[in-house]
Design a protein around this ligand. Structure first.
Ligand SMILES: [Zn+2]
Length: 572
């Protein structure tokens, strides 16, 4: 009997070692399709400020309010780092780690080993698919990311799952979809086609359905169309134009109505580098185009209908283009977001008809916020300052060269890049040079502080310093991070606005989950964007998430997991 018990126990202990991995059976609790939506430059306050104009929620209709009614919203979610740009935002949302670890510290950065400027998703080892193979618009992949994404973890656990990323912007499509994605598609504004790269399609061929979609020539149908206000004029509490707004391509005034100009018909030498379909992106037609392509992907790839969980990542790039031109307080941005509410309503009704909304897990967040136009007086009595890289570097070099000649190489992502070679050859102490450069910069207009590489590697840091550290990668970052006065930035032009600071207007974004297994409600505690990926990891019941993420799951919204945890506590 003892021997029998011993044999049974041994078998039970050893059984897991010999067991073949079973193909994961589809659980009815798991979503059939995860749709992870990133709204580019969707500041948290847009949800509240424009709420009165969103469609009411019903069981079968509504845009933002449908998600808010049935889902969980984190009202105080922030980016936890200073480099609040598009690529780090998309990367952090889906890697669940900070830019310091993913290496995606900016849309571009200077590779400190080669001195070359690197675009976040450029990959010269791959070729464009869907257009001329050598076209730089298509030579893209997620290879520069140093960590995998939550989407990759689904693919590893469930190889039959499909993960597809879609956005007008290449980086908005590629980074969320991950390293093992089925595909990422982005919009080529020169040809008006959705394209991809040989990273996803080594045979150099787009799927037939993508050709069929491109053949519909939807972008051409937008040329000549007019963007008018959706709501009555009196619904917009702000003037149509204020100082600091930019003109859209081909226009002479930043006011409604806006016409979608065919750039190829213009004879303006300033638009030499502009592409034929560039005028679509800053308008609501850009979101419409993205949704139409997403519907085609869902249908042709049978997403959510194959007995496994699929993921579609959808990034809406148009609010960012519009926000850069007109600012967050403009009629244009208000109209863009209110129209997006209608476009989401249409998309959700499409999901109702095809998959059942209740079979989908919807996630909404944003990659960063945005500063008001610096010319506008803010409620705190301050205005911002437009700084210009070339004149700023001239002034800084005049001050620094007197003591340390030729040490300043460049300025990228608000970081002064110093020549390590010159410092070494001259025997300068890096710590001394960094501090001197920081002090000189602080004496210039618009700069209120700095954090040095030495501080980041060895010093004790205040909360802003820690946000700088979270964006710092030794081989991809500069040597002196400049801290700018509120509402101030290095500008490309005398109009428009941007993002990229540690101020709340850039860091505060919504995190919204809606679907099966989500406890609905509003949650006001501080949450961080790197928490989103581990939360999705839990929702998909993927194994052992702890090792991958800087963030922690947002446990209070995980209905099933919370209840199974409390049950196990009761039985102990
Ligand atoms: Zn962005």
């Amino acid at each position: 009997m003892r021997l029998y018990i011993w044999l049974v126990c041994s078998f039970l202990l050893l059984a897991p070692c010999f067991a073949h991995p079973q193909p994961k059976r589809f659980s009815s609790d798991l979503p059939k399709l995860v749709i992870a939506i990133v709204i580019d430059q969707f500041r948290y306050d847009y949800l509240e400020r424009f709420e009165a104009h969103y469609l009411p929620a019903t069981r079968a209709s509504g845009g933002f309010k449908r998600l808010l009614e049935h889902g969980a919203l984190f009202t105080n979610a922030h980016y936890h780092y200073i480099n609040t740009y598009t690529a780090p935002g998309h990367s952090t949302l889906f890697t669940g780690v900070l830019p310091a670890k993913s290496g995606i510290v900016g849309n571009e950065w200077i590779d400190r080993n080669t001195g070359q400027t690197v675009y976040c998703v450029t990959d010269t080892t791959v070729f464009a698919v869907g257009i001329e193979p050598r076209s730089s618009a298509g030579r893209m992949s997620p290879r520069n990311a140093l960590t995998g994404m939550v989407t990759d973890r689904l693919k590893a656990a469930s190889p039959n799952s499909k993960v597809i990323g879609i956005a007008l912007k290449d980086r908005g499509a590629i980074l969320p979809a991950g390293k093992t994605a089925t595909a990422a598609y982005w919009f080529d504004a020169a040809s008006g086609k959705w394209i991809s790269s040989s990273y996803y399609f080594p045979n150099g061929e787009l799927p037939k359905w993508v050709h069929a979609f491109n053949d519909r020539r939807l972008p051409e149908s937008y040329l000549g169309k007019v963007w008018t206000r959706l709501l009555p004029d009196t619904a917009y509490p702000m003037p149509d134009t204020v100082q600091g707004e930019s003109n859209l391509l081909g226009e002479t005034l930043p006011v409604f109505p806006h016409k979608i100009v065919d750039i190829s018909t213009l004879n303006d030498p300033r638009l030499r580098r502009a592409k034929r379909f560039d005028a679509i992106a800053p308008t609501p037609f850009g979101n419409e185009l993205t949704i139409e392509f997403a519907k085609a992907a869902i249908e042709a790839e049978s997403l959510g209908k194959r007995g496994v969980t699929d993921i579609l990542t959808l990034s809406f790039s148009s609010p960012d283009y519009c926000g850069h031109a007109f600012g967050p307080d403009s009629q244009e941005q208000m109209d863009m977001i209110v129209r997006l509410d209608r476009q989401l309503d249409d998309f959700f009704q499409y999901l109702d008809r095809t998959l059942g909304f209740e079979n989908c897990l919807l996630i909404v967040s944003a990659d960063h916020g945005v500063s008001p136009l610096p010319e506008l007086l803010q409620p705190d009595g301050q205005r911002g300052i437009r700084l210009y890289k070339a004149t700023f570097l001239d002034s800084l070099r005049k001050l620094v060269d007197a003591r340390y000649p030729n040490v300043i190489e460049n300025l990228e992502n608000d970081e002064i890049v110093l020549s390590h070679a010159v410092m070494k050859a001259m025997g300068y102490s890096a710590c001394d040079v960094e501090r001197f450069v920081g002090e000189c910069a602080r004496s210039l207009h618009g700069i209120i502080g700095y954090v040095t590489r030495t501080d980041l590697e060895h010093g004790s840091l205040d909360p802003t310093g820690r946000m700088v550290k979270h964006s710092f990668h030794p081989a991809r970052s500069g040597d002196v991070k400049l801290l700018l006065k509120p509402y101030s930035f290095f500008a490309f032009a005398q109009t428009g606005t941007t993002h990229g600071t540690a101020y709340a207007y850039d860091t505060h974004v919504p995190i919204l989950f809606c679907g099966k297994g989500i406890r609905s409600g509003k949650f006001g505690r501080m949450a961080f964007v790197e928490d989103l990926a581990p939360t999705l990891h839990r929702l998909l019941r993927l194994p052992s998430e702890a090792a991958y993420y800087d963030g922690t799951p947002l446990f209070e919204i995980l209905d099933n997991i919370a209840s199974s945890r409390s049950k196990s506590r009761l039985t102990k």
